[in-house]
Design a protein around this ligand. Structure first.
Ligand code: NAD
Ligand code: MG
Length: 337
């Protein structure tokens, strides 16, 4: 594919990390005709994968040397050490340091050198979608930001990167590191990961404690959530309301606000305040540095919740969920009773 119009056409791009985002970015950038080197710990978990995909793979410090743009796509919590040890001593003056999440810069965990550009491109989708949409000739919308511009080219580089991963084919929206970081954390805590999972768990417990079968409860509050979320995703509230029954709509109007009420919203504001004033970041960094004791305990509790036992059993009977189901691997359903 021609790249002549991309501002990064003659740049070397180092992609550090080859996980969800890193692999998708590296493959898309390369297919956009850009020069990519992947930086990873030798023989780390994704080293061989990047090699097998045909990339020039080097240790992070080596990949950074000579790169005009360094994309930091490792887990957020390892980035400060990676920056200190491998990036700061090696990145060229005038080069760009790119993030897909503003956490470390916004909360001061990385204080980038004053002689480099600092930019952000965050696709609004997981890496697998960033890749599959690109392969279909489309792209996942991206948000972008410039934190520090020493070259005078920071904006052009940012847009060139967004174009290179396919975001330019869809839509790009300007933001800043503060907005991206705070809204991203809020969304995942209050609504997506935290809010949605607690809503499901509390709904499941309510039904099971009232004496209903866990299997039925699972279908009602976990399984069917996908139908509703798909309608949201496709066409917002309007499409959801169009596709559910009048009874479901009436129940939505009268009971939804009883469950998620002004008190919930007030607590959402508390969550947002903790994000904005740095309390959440401080706690999370301390937790990480202490070896994740609470994180591990809370995760284990989620994994041991009864909804997980019943869910595993029921999902094993949903052949469309199994990766490449082999016909023989799906035992015939026995009639109950
Ligand atoms: P990931 O966990 O999927 O992949 C991490 C990669 O970094 C792996 O290749 C791992 O081997 C490598 N790695 C780990 N430690 C390393 C080290 N010390 N040195 C070098 N490489 C190391 O991560 P991800 O989910 O792709 O997240 C990367 C960045 O993208 C994060 O900033 C994240 O916030 C952001 N982001 C992720 C998503 C998403 O959907 N996953 C969406 C938007 C933004
Ligand atoms: Mg939870």
């Amino acid at each position: 594919m021609s790249n002549a119009s991309n501002p990064l056409a003659t740049s070397r791009i180092a992609v550090l990390g080859y996980g969800s985002q890193g692999r998708a970015h590296a493959l898309n950038l390369r297919d956009s005709g850009l020069d990519v080197v992947v930086g990873l710990r030798p023989n780390g978990p994704t080293w061989h994968k990047a090699k097998a995909d045909g990339f020039n793979v080097a240790e992070p410090a080596e990949a950074v040397k000579g790169a005009d743009l360094v994309a930091v796509l490792t887990p957020d919590m390892v980035q400060p050490t990676l920056y200190r040890e491998s990036i700061e001593p090696n990145i060229k003056p005038g080069a760009a340091l790119l993030f897909a999440h503003g956490f470390n810069v916004h909360f001061g965990q990385i204080k980038p050198r004053a002689d480099i550009d600092v930019i952000l491109v965050a696709p609004k989708g997981p890496g697998a979608l960033v890749r599959s949409e690109y392969e279909r000739g489309r792209g996942v919308p991206c948000i972008w930001a410039v934190h520090q511009d020493v070259s005078g080219q920071a904006e052009a580089k940012t847009k060139g990167y967004a174009d290179g991963i396919g975001g330019g084919r869809a839509m790009i929206i300007r933001t800043d590191f503060k907005e991206e970081t705070e809204t991203d954390l809020f969304g995942e805590q209050a609504v997506l990961c935290g809010g949605a999972s607690e809503l499901v768990i509390k709904g499941f417990e309510t039904l099971v404690e009232a004496g209903y079968q866990p299997e039925i409860a699972y279908y009602e509050v976990m399984h069917e959530l996908k139908l509703i979320v798909d309608l949201f995703y496709d066409g917002g509230l309007a499409k959801m309301l169009q596709f559910v029954s009048e009874t479901a709509q009436y129940g939505d109007y009268v009971s939804g606000p009883r469950v998620v009420d002004a008190g919930t919203k007030a607590r959402m504001k508390d969550v947002l305040t903790d994000i904005q004033d740095g309390t959440f970041a401080r706690n999370w960094i301390a937790e990480y540095q202490a070896g994740l004791p609470n994180y591990k305990r809370l995760k284990q509790a989620d994994l041991e919740h009864p909804i997980e036992q019943v869910g595993a059993k029921l999902r094993a009977r949903m052949p469309w969920l199994q990766p490449n189901p082999a016909p023989a691997a799906v035992a015939p359903l026995k009639k109950a009773g």
